[in-house]
Design a protein around this ligand. Structure first.
Ligand SMILES: C[S@@+](CC[C@H](N)C(=O)[O-])C[C@H]1O[C@@H](n2cnc3c(N)ncnc32)[C@H](O)[C@@H]1O
Length: 349
C-alpha cells in the first residue's frame, strides 16, 4: 500500500474535512437505529451468512450486504470472505441478551438529542417555548421508563469506575455507610458496597425508580446490606451518618445547589467524603464538544442545566467542604469531572 497523502499537502489549503465529516453524522445514526431495530447483533450471533440473514429478516440480500458493509465501516461488524460477524463492541452492547445491552438507551438518547433540531431555526428566532413539550419532561415517569436502561449503562462501566474511585480513597478502609444520591437503579451503590464486606448502602431516588432498584438489589443478593430511600430528595430526609455520598449526573435536579450541598454536609460523618461525578464545561461553555452538542437541544428548549467546571465543587466548598481533589475521567459519554470533597474531621476507625 502506498503512502497516504492528504489533499491539503498538495494545495497547502486549509482542510475542510471537519465539514465533510458532519455529513456522515445522520448516516451513522440511521444505520445504528436500523441495526438496533433489526436486532442485527442477535442475528449475527447465530449466523454469519448474509443470505440466511436476509431470509430471516425478509430483506433484499444485496442491500443487506451494503448495509452490513456500512456497519463494518462503523466498527460494528467484521467481514471476512463475504461472511459477517459482530465485533466485540456489537457483541457487548448491541446484543439484546447482553447484561450491558445499550440499544434502547441509545435509541432514546438519539431521539432526545435530535428531536428539537428540525425546529432549530424557529428556536433561534423565537427562543425557548413558553411551555416545554410535556413528553420530554424529566419527571418521575421518564426516569422510571429509563431505569432498566440506566442499570445496563451503569453495569457497562460507571459502576466499576465509582467502586474503584471509592476504593482508592485513604478513608475507604474506615468507611461503613454509603449513600448513592439520585442513584437510579443503584448498580453504582451495589458495586461500591460489594467491594467491602463491612459496607452498607442506601440508594435514594424517586419512588418509581426505586422499584427497579429493589429488583436489582434482590437479584444481586444484597437485600439487607443495601436499602432504599424513596422520594424527592429536595423534600425528604435522605438520612445521615454517611461516610461516603456519591452523586453522579443528577445534581441538576437539586433545588438551590449551595443549600443542597449544606444538606449533604450535614448528612456526612466528620471526615466523610462527598464525590460528585458530573460534566464540567469549559472555554466559556463551548467544550468538551460531546457534552455541549449532546445537550444543545435541551439548552435551546430552555434547560441549560450542564455544570461548568468547578461549579459543583465551589458550591460544596461554600457549604463547608474542604480538601478538594479533582480527577477527570474520559468516558464514552465524554469527560466526567470527579470532584472529591471532604467534611473536616476523621472517620471513626
Ligand atoms: C441521569 S440519572 C443518573 C442516575 C445515576 N446517578 C447515574 O449516574 O447513572 C438521574 C437520576 O436522578 C433522579 N432524580 C431526578 N430528580 C430527583 C429528585 N428530585 N429526587 C430524587 N431523585 C431524583 C432520577 O430519577 C434519575 O434516577
Amino acid at each position: 500500500m502506498g503512502n497516504t497523502v492528504r489533499l491539503e499537502d498538495f494545495s497547502g489549503a486549509l482542510s475542510y474535512a471537519p465539514l465533510t465529516e458532519c455529513l456522515l453524522g445522520p448516516i451513522r445514526m440511521t444505520l445504528l437505529d436500523a441495526a438496533i431495530e433489526l436486532k442485527i447483533a442477535d442475528h449475527l450471533d447465530e449466523s454469519d451468512d448474509p443470505d440466511v440473514l436476509a431470509a430471516r429478516l425478509g430483506v433484499h440480500p444485496q442491500n443487506l450486504r451494503f448495509f452490513l458493509d456500512g456497519l463494518a465501516a462503523m466498527g460494528l461488524v467484521e467481514k471476512k470472505d463475504g461472511r459477517y460477524a459482530n465485533t466485540r463492541l456489537a457483541q457487548e452492547y448491541l446484543r439484546t441478551t447482553s447484561d450491558t445491552y445499550l440499544g434502547e438507551l441509545l435509541t432514546d438518547l438519539g431521539k432526545m438529542q435530535s428531536c428539537e433540531l428540525p425546529q432549530l431555526m424557529a428556536l433561534l428566532r423565537d427562543g425557548p417555548p413558553e411551555k416545554a413539550d410535556e413528553s420530554r419532561q424529566f419527571d418521575e415517569a421518564h426516569w422510571r421508563r429509563s431505569a432498566r436502561n440506566l442499570a445496563r449503562y451503569q453495569r457497562a462501566g460507571l459502576a466499576r469506575m465509582a467502586a474503584e474511585i471509592a476504593a482508592s480513597l485513604p478513608e475507604f478502609p474506615a468507611m461503613r455507610r454509603v449513600l448513592d444520591l439520585g442513584g437510579g437503579p443503584g448498580v453504582v451503590c451495589m458495586e461500591i458496597v460489594a467491594s467491602k464486606p463491612e459496607l452498607e448502602g442506601v440508594i435514594c431516588d424517586q419512588p418509581a425508580v426505586i422499584e427497579v432498584a429493589r429488583e436489582e438489589i434482590e437479584s444481586r443478593g444484597l437485600t439487607g446490606r443495601v436499602t432504599c430511600c424513596a422520594g424527592n430528595y429536595n423534600e425528604i430526609d435522605f438520612g445521615s451518618s454517611y461516610d461516603l455520598i456519591w452523586a453522579s449526573h443528577n445534581l441538576y435536579f437539586a433545588k438551590g445547589l449551595q443549600d443542597f450541598m449544606g444538606r449533604l454536609f450535614q448528612g456526612l460523618n466528620p471526615g466523610g467524603v462527598f464525590i460528585s461525578a458530573h460534566e464540567g464545561l469549559r472555554n466559556e461553555r463551548t467544550g468538551p464538544a460531546q457534552c455541549v452538542l449532546a445537550r444543545l437541544p435541551c439548552a435551546l428548549e430552555g434547560r441549560n442545566v450542564s455544570f461548568a467546571e468547578g461549579e459543583v465543587a465551589d458550591a460544596a466548598k461554600a457549604a463547608g467542604f474542604a480538601g478538594h481533589e479533582k480527577r477527570v475521567v474520559v468516558s464514552p459519554f465524554g469527560e466526567i469531572h470527579v470532584d472529591i470533597l471532604r467534611k473536616p474531621g476523621r472517620l471513626a476507625a
